[in-house]
Design a protein around this ligand. Sequence first.
Ligand code: GLN
Length: 310
Amino acid sequence: MLGAAVDRVLADTLRDVAARITEGRVADYIPELADADPGAFGVSIASVLGRAYGAGDADAPFTIQSASKPFVYAFACEELGAATVHERVGVEPSGEPFNAISLDERGRPENPFINAGAIVTTSLVPADDADERYRRIRDVLSRFAGRELDLDDEVYRSEAKTGHRNRALAGLALAAGSLATGDVDAATDPYFRQCALRVTTADLAIMGATLANGGMNPITRDRVVGERAARDTLSVMATCGMYDRSGAWAFRVGMPAKSGVGGGIVAVRPGEFGVGVYAPPLDEAGNSARGVAMLEALSDRFGLHMFDHV
Ligand code: GLN
């Protein structure tokens, strides 16, 4: 009964947003992303009680891209402790685009969600080589989602072939002493593969719900990370999740979140639920234009802003 009502509200909101938001451009830095259906639009919600809701293209697959970054960060914090992680990467919003070439005054990328910081975070995942590092990342992202995620091989190959800027960022971090691997490829190759893992909005919602639930997947009951790592991750999502639109996002939507250039966004209502949205056309900051509008509409309608009712 409630499930059907929530699904209906989600479907109505999708329709309103689709009619209102027509701008945005599908990412085209590799051909595989440029092929995405610009009209695809889906949403899912997963609660910490294990309930799931959805509408539109909720089960359409897309590559997770930068929405992988919070989950790898959570894993690195769980494995090493946040203090060790933050010797190499900061926690300040950069106010710059996701692929900016800059380090802070200590030689660290500003935060783990811009590309430079995410590559450093990936380099921190303990492993003997690039393959093992990727396998560990895929395993932990799969545990967050509660199912085995698979790789979009063509996206991975294309990213690897064209990812010169990301390799340059890794090289810069290596030179500054913040990359944890001794060479660039040991970090960038698993990073390219983590970005090319395929998810649906239903997966993103459960991954977000796992963070909302203090690190325990509410469906599988698997404790993926501890409560502190989940809290640290949500803190960084709240301040740095939407690149150089993180301030506007905090103001307008008020939920910890992370976007990816594949068109996905994961957002979290701590203690309550995770939301996944998918719409490929991006705004000029690289965030899904309809995804942002959808989450703003849901936040307004249901009072989901973190400072509502305080
Ligand atoms: N794979 C993309 C890159 O590294 C991810 C960036 C993003 O989603 N913003 O450039």
